[in-house]
Design a protein around this ligand. Structure first.
Ligand SMILES: [Zn+2]
Length: 307
């Protein structure tokens, strides 16, 4: 398996759009989504400005179809930690230390100031239903590229998730965000990622609407799903989980489902866990690994008026 999934390069100058697929090894539909879009551009010779690159995230974890090997590859992108890796004995590197340094080098290979804008879309999927949303670093929730995706934007999740790829590359001049397409392995996640990639390429200025309207067969699906979801939300509460807690989410919760203060949400070895707020459930944990049991979020109104 190669780190580089594919490259489209136009003759004309323009934006750089890097699509990172399967940073979590079990979230693989993004790989097919990138390949479909890439193939369509080549096959139909769609006029293209700038460069579109697909990079594979955690290669070894993809082979094993698991989230990660030693450490979550989307929690290790801290400047201090990356500095420390320069002196850390190579023999003590975790698997993800090596994957991160390789991915970082692959991004750097394409990074240059020649581009109009630089974008990194980090494609993910969730272990719960309705996992369609965008995670942004501060200040870009109202960017045209984010708006073009129409999905709920979680404006402050970055404060809770330390060491994410998007948090790192935003400090290196990229417009960056995590794009959660839906349930792991589902057709819906594949379709939303395909449609989303077309929207990202258009909003970035690589292609025009006319160029892709016949290619994007899932635009209606994206609009339909997003019409039922909030536009922007912020975090009210996170339930942190240690592996030894015996945490178990009650079955059946979907993202953005309304919940009430005092509602039974989960249990662990210490007993039942109730919602401390009225709000919406977000990212309920339905897989074995992860420290975020669930979040409670509430809708916020956008700072910039939408048309
Ligand atoms: Zn993920």
């Amino acid at each position: 398996m190669d780190r580089v999934l594919g490259i489209v390069e136009g003759k004309e100058k323009g934006p750089l759009v890097i699509c990172v697929c399967a940073l979590h090894g079990n979230e693989q539909v993004s790989i097919r989504a990138f390949e479909r879009v890439c193939d369509a551009i080549n096959k139909h010779q769609i006029p293209f400005k700038g460069k579109f690159v697909g990079l594979l995230g955690n290669i070894e974890a993809v082979k094993l179809n698991q989230r990660f090997i030693d450490a979550d590859l989307n929690r290790v992108w801290e400047e201090e930690y990356i500095e420390y890796l320069k002196v850390k004995p190579k023999a003590e590197y975790t698997h993800e230390d090596r994957e991160m340094l390789e991915l970082k080098a692959a991004i750097a290979e394409h990074d240059s100031d020649d581009y109009d804008i630089k974008v990194i879309a980090d494609l993910h999927a969730t272990s719960s239903e309705n996992g369609n949303f965008i995670v942004v670093p501060p200040g870009i929730a109202d960017h045209a590229i984010i708006k073009a995706l129409h999905l709920p934007v979680v404006v402050d999740l970055d404060q809770y998730l330390i060491g994410t790829l998007l948090g790192y590359v935003v400090n290196h001049g990229f417009i960056s965000f995590a794009f959660e397409g839906g349930l792991i392995g589902s057709d819906q996640a594949l379709n939303l990622h395909i449609s989303g990639l077309w929207e990202i390429l258009e909003a970035a200025g690589c292609i025009t609407h006319n160029d892709h309207m016949n290619e994007d067969h899932y635009a209606n699906q994206l609009m339909e799903i997003s019409s039922e979801l909030p536009k922007q939300v912020k975090v009210l509460h996170r339930h942190w989980v240690e592996p030894t807690d015996g945490f178990k989410m009650k079955p059946g919760f979907v993202n953005f489902e309304r919940i009430n203060k005092g509602q039974l949400l989960a249990s662990d070895d210490a007993g039942d866990i109730y919602s401390p707020y009225d709000g919406m459930i977000f990212m309920p944990l339905y897989q074995d690994t992860g420290n975020d049991g669930f979040f409670v979020v509430e809708e916020v109104t956008s700072i910039v008026e939408t048309e």
